[in-house]
Design a protein around this ligand. Structure first.
Ligand SMILES: [Zn+2]
Length: 125
């Protein structure tokens, strides 16, 4: 999916202004247009705007949950796993390989629970 430069500019400006939660601040309120590949009441998934691998999706809850130790995580965990399984169905991972990652604390750029689902070869940053 092609992301408009307008979306990139909005995200860049948001991050430069000190924003730390693009999910609650930009994506859920539709301040940027993101095409969901999985869209349920509680969870969304979409292609990452900066592809770090041949296939790169993000899975996140629509309500604010900080990380898997957040007290509200259990309310979304089944849906998160359903979404991850759906995204994996979009990746020919038996051939190219895949991994699922979630960063926490200092490694978490956006302070909102999200899982990166990556498939195939990594691309340089
Ligand atoms: Zn949030």
């Amino acid at each position: 999916m092609e992301h408009s430069s307008n979306t990139d500019e909005i995200v860049r400006a948001y991050l430069e202004s000190g924003g730390t939660d693009i999910y609650c601040d930009l994506i859920v309120p539709k301040k940027i247009v993101v095409e969901f590949v999985y869209d349920s009441d509680s969870v969304m998934a979409f292609e990452h705007t900066r592809q770090l691998a041949q296939y790169h999706y993000v899975v996140a809850p629509k309500k604010h949950v900080l990380d898997i130790n957040d007290e509200f995580y259990e309310t979304v965990q089944t849906e998160i796993l359903n979404a991850i399984r759906h995204v994996l169905s979009l990746i020919p991972y038996p051939e190219v390989g895949a991994r699922v990652e979630s960063n926490l604390s200092a490694f978490q750029n956006s302070k909102h629970l999200h899982f990166h689902v990556l498939g195939g070869e990594s691309k340089s940053r």
